[in-house]
Design a protein around this ligand. Structure first.
Ligand SMILES: Cc1cc2nc3c(=O)[nH]c(=O)nc-3n(C[C@H](O)[C@H](O)[C@H](O)COP(=O)(O)OP(=O)(O)OC[C@H]3O[C@@H](n4cnc5c(N)ncnc54)[C@H](O)[C@@H]3O)c2cc1C
Length: 455
């Protein structure tokens, strides 16, 4: 065998597996294969001047490369079992929390010390929310910020690079089962190993599906979250964000009983494009460094859509809606809330007259031509509900960018060791469908490494 262990994907899941193996079993021969670039080679060409929108690079530097989808993220590590994944269903709640704290300690050791850990414990907003039928979820949030997150990743890479073989721009095309292990197939080469950890994240979702088909590993999938990214003056939410940084608030709509929630809150942040399998959706992030902060706060409002038989392609449904926005807007569409509720599109002129400056160059348009009525009604209802705890949310100038889609990778059938039906083939992180966040993906990486270390 070329290696004892091959890790596919250098996102948080893969990195933390590599880290744990390197420190606990330095004698093992470990390699990481990553489809994207090395950290210092990662750069999105959108500069806002010459290149204003996504040009569909072969390897998207926002989603791929050392650090995975998390590299330019806001670096919010939510230490909680209430959201961010269902790792606890496999390994138990105390164990999942212990691993998330362990990951936090490592992040602090590698450059994150001094960053703030926020908590919902004892907050007065819980009462204020519940009085308005809004439900604040419990969490501790370590906010590294995009800048410090990058520093931590750089330090982790420096620590790992002499202990582990890294292959960048190395897309793994297939995994074959061989006698005593696995063979991974790249365009022009193959490598063999005894055990294989697959951690391919969201950008590897389609590929993961094909691997599961090829190896006959059972999967299930039936959920997609669809919505918009809201951007408003930071002052509107500052009483919440100053204390909690991120507040995960859930609301059940009166009209349909659907669940709408806030997601990925970025105080004084920026809205960005996200390219998933060639479809442009929207996301957001913010910096720890005050010099790089903006005057706006952004967060997503997402409606969870669960499908029942016979429909199975929930991600396909989300993609079709995102494609529609790409078709009408050439990418992401932006609309003022006031225009949306008056049933008219936003125009460059109306945007110009607005009191808020958008942080993403998106096409002014009409989201009601894109989002299904039920989803749009839910979002509008939640904006009015949020307006009660953060007055100003329902102002005319509040910006809505669409669409934001949270694709859920199909859930791969693995056991409590996160091992598939094949011995020594582990599937972790967002690619397994079990995690949807930095903290849970990282924790799953440590968990699997420990299963290998203590079989
Ligand atoms: C803009 C943005 C902001 C975000 N902000 C936050 C946040 O603040 N907090 C939070 O908790 N989460 C955030 N997320 C989500 C978070 O980044 C992910 O949950 C996390 O990165 C998942 O880690 P992972 O290791 O499972 O997968 P990923 O980070 O997606 O890494 C998977 C890696 O595998 C590689 N890969 C895929 N297929 C192959 C293949 N066939 N061969 C080789 N390599 C392959 C990919 O190139 C990628 O680098 C954000 C995501 C984005 C895009």
């Amino acid at each position: 065998m070329n290696y004892d262990i091959i890790i596919i994907g250098a996102g948080p899941g893969g990195i933390f597996s590599a880290y744990e193996l390197a420190v606990s079993r330095p004698e093992l021969k470990v390699a990481v294969f990553e489809a994207g670039h090395a950290l210092d080679q990662r750069a999105c060409p959108i500069d806002g001047k010459k290149i204003k929108t996504c040009i569909g690079c072969k390897s998207c530097s926002i989603m791929s490369g050392f650090g995975g989808a998390g590299a330019f993220s806001d670096g919010k590590y939510n230490i909680t079992n209430d959201f961010g994944g269902t790792l606890y269903e496999y390994i138990g709640k105390p164990q999942a929390l212990e691993l998330m704290h362990y990951v936090d300690d490592i992040n602090m050791k590698f450059g994150g010390e001094g960053t703030k850990l926020y908590s919902t414990t004892g907050t007065r907003f819980k009462k204020q929310c519940i009085q308005n039928d809004l439900h604040l979820l419990d969490a501790s949030v370590r906010h590294l910020g995009t800048d410090i997150n990058y520093v931590v990743l750089g330090n982790l890479y420096t620590f790992l690079k002499d202990k582990i073989d890294f292959y960048f721009d190395a897309h793994v095309d297939a995994i074959d089962i061989i006698d005593g292990g696995y063979r991974i197939v790249l365009q022009d080469k193959t490598y063999t190993c005894n055990q294989c950890i697959v951690s391919v994240g969201r950008s590897g979702s389609k590929w993961m599906e094909s691997v599961c088909r090829h190896l006959d590993i059972p999967t299930k999938s039936n959920r997609v979250d669809i919505g918009v990214r809201v951007e408003l003056p930071a002052d509107v939410f500052s009483h919440l964000t100053d204390e909690l940084y991120e507040s995960k608030i859930v609301y059940r709509t009166e009209q349909y009983g659907d669940m709408v929630r806030t997601f990925c809150m970025n105080p004084k942040g920026a809205v960005v494009n996200e390219n998933t399998n060639g479809i442009i959706t929207v996301n957001g992030h913010s910096y720890e460094d005050p010099a790089r902060q903006t005057d706006n706060t952004n967060f997503a409002l997402l409606v969870a859509k669960h499908f029942s038989e016979p429909f199975k392609d929930s991600n396909g449904y989300g993609e079709s809606i995102a494609r529609l926005s790409n078709m009408l807007g050439g990418g992401v569409i932006v609309q003022r809330f006031g225009d949306l509720i008056r049933g008219r599109r936003s125009t460059p002129g109306r945007m110009q007259d607005s009191f808020i400056t958008p942080t993403l160059n998106a096409t002014p348009g009409d989201l009601s031509l894109v989002l299904p009525k039920r989803i749009l009604d839910g979002i509008i209802e939640m904006i009015y509900a949020l307006d009660k705890v953060a007055p100003g949310t329902a102002n005319d100038d509040t910006l809505l960018y669409g669409v934001e889609v949270k694709f859920y990778n199909m859930e791969v059938d693995v056991d409590e060791r996160l091992e598939s039906k094949y011995k020594g083939l582990y599937i972790i992180g967002d690619g397994s469908g079990i995690t949807h966040s930095l903290s849970h993906a990282s924790a799953s990486g440590v968990h699997v490494a420990r299963q290998i270390i203590n079989p």
